[in-house]
Design a protein around this ligand. Structure first.
Ligand code: FMN
Length: 314
């Protein structure tokens, strides 16, 4: 699998384990980097103090392997997080939910590569203008917060192809080796996968949530809270309340009141399956067991190699 991705991310395989609030702490990132992909710590749910601990732990254990930190840019203590990433000499930062102009130059001046998550060609071009090293193009299928325009990964990749000078990774709905090969055929240097790494042993989220996800049928997730901040959710009591409010044409304020504070932590980290917010992507319908992350990577790599062989044979 020698490819452009090796010069960009330095990993054996062209896969990024996505940064995910309440899910991807240092243990998951370490397991993924050890398995040959780019492990990523999700800083979005961490105070600067907690991020410092996770960075210290991964730096002690990871040796020379590459890893990344995902940094949603709307966080109030963002400046402190940026300083921690520089202090710990994190090799790659994956920014999301904010302007790529904001911190790209400071990271690059400190020898840190910058990837930026985008939901459209228009924002990919903006990120390119801001001189990021690569973009991660995330389609409608993805778990977590999402773009409003509902562009699927398949369409987004075709829109990007031939229109960007920098490398791009695909995200949203990728969970198998075959889908990785398909993304490469569409010009991507690799894929970022999130949902398939949620039900893993090393993920920091609650076992209730992991086990629940392993039983979701196809089509169970929905992009919810669109007037507020679109997020793809698994069904539960909270999700039904959101649906009811949305059907009644609820205002942004009504939705914000229902959401309140701490819903994502309540669902994903504390394991409250009724009242919490359970973020997850469409591809979760394929996952039936909680496994070590390294096993998930092995399966994807095996499928990828089989798919390549099939294509070669015609
Ligand atoms: C539980 C969960 C939490 C997420 N949290 C974040 C986050 O903190 N920052 C971010 O940029 N994206 C976040 N995402 C999106 C992922 O980084 C990734 O782009 C997405 O999961 C890819 O699509 P997939 O779920 O179909 O694999 C999250 C996704 C999930 C499933």
């Amino acid at each position: 699998m020698e490819n452009l991705h090796q010069s960009i991310s330095g990993t054996k395989y062209p896969i990024i384990q996505a940064g995910m609030v309440w899910v991807s702490g240092w243990k998951l990132a370490l397991a993924c980097s050890k398995a040959g992909i780019l492990g990523c710590i999700g800083a979005g749910s961490m105070s600067p103090e907690v991020l410092d601990i996770h960075l210290t732990k991964i730096k002690t254990a990871i040796g020379d392997l590459p890893f990344a930190v995902n940094l949603p840019l709307f966080y109030s203590k963002i400046e402190e997080q940026v300083q921690l990433i520089i202090k710990h000499r994190v090799p790659i930062v994956i920014c999301s939910a904010g302007s790529p102009k904001k911190f790209t130059s400071i990271f690059k001046e400190n020898g840190i590569k910058v990837f930026h998550v985008v939901p459209s060609l228009q924002l990919a071009l903006k990120a390119q203008d801001a001189e990021v090293d690569a973009v991660i193009a995330e389609g409608f299928e993805a778990g977590g917060h999402n773009g409003r325009d509902e562009t699927t990964s398949l369409v987004l990749l075709q829109e990007l192809q031939g229109n960007l000078d920098i490398p791009y990774f695909a995200a949203g709905g990728f969970g198998t080796g075959r889908s990785l090969l398909a993304a490469q055929v569409l010009g991507a240097s690799g894929v970022q996968m999130g949902s398939v790494f949620v039900p893993t042993i090393e993920a920091s989220c609650h076992p209730n949530y992991k086990n629940y996800l392993c039983n979701l049928p196809s089509g169970a997730t929905k992009l919810s809270l669109k007037p507020l901040n679109p997020v793809r959710l698994a069904p539960n009591k909270f999700f039904e309340e959101v649906q009811k409010l949305e059907q009644r044409g609820a205002s942004k304020e009504d939705l914000a009141t229902l959401l309140g504070k701490g819903r994502a932590k309540l669902g994903m980290f504390d394991g409250n399956l009724e009242e919490g917010e359970l973020e997850i992507g469409q591809i979760i319908s394929l996952v039936k067991d909680v496994l070590p992350a390294g096993e998930v990577v092995k399966r994807i790599v095996r499928e990828y190699q089989e798919a390549k062989e099939l294509v070669r044979r015609g």
